[in-house]
Design a binder for this molecule. Structure first.
Ligand SMILES: Cc1ncc(COP(=O)(O)O)c(C=O)c1O
Length: 349
């Protein structure tokens, strides 16, 4: 038996720290959704060590989690809140985002959100936004971009223009004006204003779904499992549910104990590689809840207990979250945030 676990996400905290150090300041590090799957508390501490001075979350409970861990930095809760959630956010001494009179009145410190085109949260009513921003408990004004990751589009500059006009009209220098997500931060210095709010970039993921290297960003998450079983299949034999893959010739097959119950998605069926002994091997057969199967070829040196890398580097080979995202027809955010609690997070430096 191996001492390895089913699946472990190793989180390079020094990489998160360096990514934050490289990003513009002031920086609000967005650690919602368990820090995009990286583990909220450890990621937040690394971001603060890298020079972030604010933490952004979506949910009140996420603010409470940071406080329970002893994190004292300013926290901004960016999502919509029920009354109970608002209370939780305020008990956590967090700032909240307001676009209604009700929330603006209830919160000691709030950031007024103008919807300049995301069409989701925030108000489109400029008069209301101006009124809220004139209140003494307004400490910030903000908006969020819909297309900052689409290079060359003209919607992003239009949103930025609308927000800058609003900020000028509010005319209160003491308010923190913030708008830029990672893509805007990397693409347009004019969007930085008084603070940037970066999520995906602090984890070393590319908001443009390409390669984080040219931005000087280092991926922090790697996903590991192990070879739990090896068998030889003859031509025509199959592996897994539905027999959706059959060996064309005699081949060795490894079983790796990770599956969609870990967030390794079923759409990766016959549609991903993994690394073993520094080489790529194809995932074959259906991804099941708890296991995947990997074709090793007619001859193999792979042994029981060998490490399997599903995301990350092994030897000279590299599988990025962006590659998995492309195979799934999704984005890297969805790949790392989609890793389920059964995957233990192992932070290291
Ligand atoms: C309001 C808000 N600001 C900032 C971010 C950070 O975005 P990104 O991860 O693209 O940097 C998010 C995340 O989606 C968000 O919802």
């Amino acid at each position: 038996m191996s001492s390895a676990e089913r699946a472990v996400a190793r989180i390079d905290l020094a990489a998160i720290e360096r990514n934050c150090a490289r990003l513009p300041k002031p920086l609000c590090a967005v650690v919602k959704a368990n820090a995009y799957g990286h583990g909220a508390v450890a990621a937040a501490e690394a971001a603060l060590a890298g020079g972030a001075t604010w933490l952004g979350v979506a949910a009140a409970g996420e603010a409470a989690e940071l406080r329970a861990a002893g994190i004292g930095a300013p926290v901004l809760v960016m999502g919509a809140l029920t009354r109970d959630e608002l209370r939780t956010a305020l008990e956590a001494d967090a700032d909240v985002v307001a676009w209604t009179e009700e929330v603006a009145e209830a919160a000691p410190r709030m950031h007024v959100k103008l919807d300049t085109g995301m069409g989701r949260l925030g108000t489109r009513d400029r008069e209301l936004a101006l009124r809220l921003a004139a209140r003494p408990n307004a400490v910030g004004v903000m908006t969020h971009f819909a297309t900052a990751d689409e290079l060359g589009d003209d919607y992003f500059p239009a949103q930025l223009g609308a927000f800058r006009e609003f900020v000028a009209e509010v005319g209160r220098e003491e308010l923190v004006a913030h708008a830029a997500n990672s893509a805007a931060t990397l693409r347009e210095p004019e969007s930085h204003l008084d603070m940037v709010r970066c999520g995906v970039a602090i984890y070393g993921l590319d908001p443009f779904q390409q390669d984080p290297d040219p931005h000087g960003l280092e991926p922090a998450l790697s996903l590991h499992s192990w070879v739990a079983s090896i068998r030889r299949l003859e031509a025509g034999e199959s592996a897994g549910y539905g027999r959706v893959w059959r060996a064309r010739e005699p081949t060795w097959l490894a079983t790796v104990p990770v599956g969609y119950g870990d967030g390794w998605r079923r759409d990766l069926t016959n549609n991903a590689d993994v690394l073993i002994r520094g080489r790529r091997h194809p995932l074959v057969g259906a991804v099941s809840m708890d296991n995947v199967t990997v074709a090793l070829g007619a001859d193999t040196e792979v042994e029981l207990g060998d490490e399997v890398v599903l995301i990350g580097r092994q030897g000279d080979e590299l599988i990025r979250a962006e590659e998995i995202a492309k195979r799934l027809g999704t984005i890297n955010y969805d790949v790392t945030a989609g890793l389920l609690p059964r995957v233990r997070r192992e932070p290291f430096r």
